[in-house]
Design a protein around this ligand. Structure first.
Ligand code: AKG
Ligand code: FE2
Length: 187
């Protein structure tokens, strides 16, 4: 992908560790369905979300300002594992729970000002494999599709957010739930 720095580690979380991690995340995370304002109308987001991080690192996203919940052990452990592997001190994580094939995330880039110019974003996936699409902002013919299997780590760095958008599209097929965690550094 030109103008991008994207890495995929398909087996970052060993298969044997996945069921326990899934259970912990499903049960211990304070999942909520947030509303977003869209052309003046409030509509529920098509997924459940939660936001954890260091105190004081608030984040504005889709017109909502999030105050992070304090780290819980399972998330702090993943944060520390990612530090060991990437050398990046992530101070917050946005979690997404896609309940079925109708849950999704539309085209966007993670380019909010509080992320700084070339953010490193570490995205962990668990559960149902979903398709992840990239499109270049100006060269419309440039597109990529990746499958994100359970246990995978997708790293986006460099100028990726500046030049590319990404989405997790809906699927017509019935799908099982998927949990995604995107670790970020908030300034
Ligand atoms: O669910 C995913 O893989 C992507 C999530 C995402 O793009 C985000 O949280 O900004
Ligand atoms: Fe994103």
């Amino acid at each position: 992908m030109p103008d991008a720095e994207v890495y995929l580690v398909p087996d970052f979380i060993p298969v044997k560790d996945q069921p326990k991690l899934w259970e912990a995340l499903q049960n211990e995370v304070a999942w909520r369905q947030e509303e977003i304002k869209f052309f003046g109308k409030s509509i529920p987001q098509p997924r459940l979300t939660a936001w954890y991080g260091d105190a004081g690192k608030s984040y504005t996203y889709s017109g909502l300002t999030w105050q992070p919940l304090p780290w819980i052990p399972i998330l702090a452990q993943l944060r520390d594992q990612l530090f060991a592997c990437t050398g990046v001190s992530f101070n917050s994580v946005l979690l997404n729970l896609y309940r079925n094939g109708q849950d999704s995330m539309g085209w966007h880039a993670d380019d909010e000002p509080e992320l700084g110019p070339n953010p490193v974003i570490a995205s962990l996936s668990l559960g149902q494999e979903r398709s992840f699409h990239f499109r270049h902002r100006t060269q419309k013919e440039l597109k990529q599709k990746l499958a994100l299997p359970s246990g995978s780590l997708l790293l986006m760095a460099g100028q990726t957010q500046h030049h590319w958008q990404h989405q997790v599209p809906k699927s017509a097929k019935p799908l099982e739930p998927r949990i995604n965690l995107t670790f970020r550094v908030i300034r």
